[in-house]
Write a protein that binds this ligand. Structure first.
Ligand SMILES: [Zn+2]
Length: 434
């Protein structure tokens, strides 16, 4: 049995309690003891890891992941990437996410039907390093909806699959199930990004959504919604969607309806994308004028108010900000934690709990997301205290150790063994299984 004993660490267990000095024992893929007295754990045959005061925490969970989006600048560019290159890019992105401290990803849509699925399977079988993945379908959208970039005279693909009417909806969900996805992603509302004002409109009829939900539920698939408009959020709630993204334009009784379902749903504002579009999008044509027209400038101003109310009502609000576009690339995902603190006004403790404990709940794995006896050993060591400054998680060099399922995937020798680092070694990663 492989044993690792972490000593001289400050333990953040994933709850809203304080981080306390302690020791943690990992045996195979499980955390088997957590103590807060120095020397309390005797494990003579364990490899001792002196954390030198590092912050030990559960692996981060991304709740709105687009691992396969390829950091493109337009939706049409996404469609131009052939499936083979798409898979290779996604494998690279998976390793980057793991090295950034994200040990789990909940996908909010895959660029192609099988990309999330094959990358998930390859990681699970040990072919490539990467996070645990809940694989999603592409964005299922209606004619004219978010992701339909066709012109009347010209066919074009993006990251979406188009389904109109109950029959097409049923067929596409059955197909996604056949191909092995865990999550069906439906674009229930439009988006101002592609058509000004469209974010406030609902894209599907109730009959179409009911058909989709029936098919998904028959097959045990989870459902996730792109839902900016008020009535799209209501539809998502009525038909049992588990992940409701954005919620920008909700009002009145929709807050009450969300609160009623707070124990069975997960929210993610995906504010990273909006922030980057407004403040950093100009080189890609997202000028201040464009952000005004597409409604993102206003959305950035109103989003904190919406989410302050939702937080007050006890909803699980999770980081995950549509990283995967040129101005908001994959690997920057920990920036959403800073947005939670700086833009939404959430405490660093709430933010970290959301990215770990609730992340485990969102992944649907009972013993994931906390540092507790019997829980899966997805563990980070961080040089610095993110509860003092949440931004330190954005610098990969501060994530000095990453364990997933008890396997060391990263050990930064510059931190643990400066002598080895002087000899030119920097980061040690797990042996790849050929
Ligand atoms: Zn998204």
């Amino acid at each position: 049995m492989a044993r690792l004993l972490f000593t001289n660490v400050k333990v953040f267990d994933g709850s809203d309690g304080p981080a306390l000095p302690g020791e943690v024992l990992v045996e195979d893929n499980l955390i088997t003891r957590v103590e807060h007295t120095v020397g309390a754990i005797e494990a003579p045959d364990a490899e001792r890891i002196d954390g030198k005061g590092a912050f030990l925490m559960p692996g981060l969970v991304e709740a709105h992941s687009h691992l396969s989006y390829g950091n493109v600048a337009t939706l049409e560019q996404q469609g131009d990437i052939p499936p083979e290159e798409n898979v290779l890019n996604t494998i690279k992105a998976a390793e980057l996410m793991l090295m950034s401290g994200f040990t789990s990803l909940y996908s909010a849509a895959s660029a192609r039907m099988r990309t999330d699925v094959v990358v998930r399977n390859a990681i699970d079988s040990g072919q490539f390093p990467g996070p645990r993945i809940r694989a999603a379908s592409p964005e299922i959208t209606c004619t004219g909806g978010l992701g339909d970039a066709r012109l009347y005279h010209q066919d074009r693909t993006t990251f979406s699959l188009i389904a109109d009417g109950e029959l097409e909806m049923r067929k596409i969900i059955r197909t996604a199930w056949r191909e092995g996805v865990d999550v069906i992603k439906l674009n229930l509302s439009g988006d101002g990004f592609v058509r000004p004002g469209n974010g406030e409109q609902t894209a599907y009829t109730e009959q179409e959504v009911a058909a989709a939900a029936q098919e998904a539920q028959l097959r045990g698939l989870w459902m996730a919604a792109h839902a900016r408009s008020d009535s799209s959020v209501k539809l998502a709630l009525k038909y049992g969607f588990r992940n409701i993204y954005h919620c920008d334009y909700i009002e009145g009784e929709t807050f009450d309806l969300l609160e009623e379902k707070k124990d069975s749903i997960f929210l993610a504002p995906a504010i990273g994308m909006i922030y980057a579009s407004v403040h950093e999008g100009s080189p890609w044509g997202l000028t201040p004028e464009v952000n005004e027209v597409i409604g993102y400038k206003k959305m950035l101003d109103t989003c904190p108010g919406v989410y302050a109310e939702l937080q007050k009502r006890g909803l699980r609000i999770m980081p995950g900000g549509d990283y995967g576009f040129a101005w908001n690339p994959i690997g920057n995902n920990a920036r959403d934690l800073e947005h939670f603190v700086e833009l939404l006004g959430f405490s660093p403790t709430y933010t970290l709990m959301s990215a770990t404990k609730w992340g485990g709940e969102c992944m649907g794995i009972d013993n994931l997301g906390m540092i507790k006896e019997g829980w899966l050993a997805d563990v980070l060591l961080v040089d610095g205290d993110p509860l003092d400054d949440i931004r330190i998680l954005q610098d990969r060099d501060n994530i000095v150790m990453v364990l997933k399922d008890g396997v060391i995937h990263k050990r930064d020798l510059r931190y643990f063994d400066p002598a080895a680092a002087d000899r030119g070694a920097t980061v040690e990663t797990a042996e790849r299984i050929a």
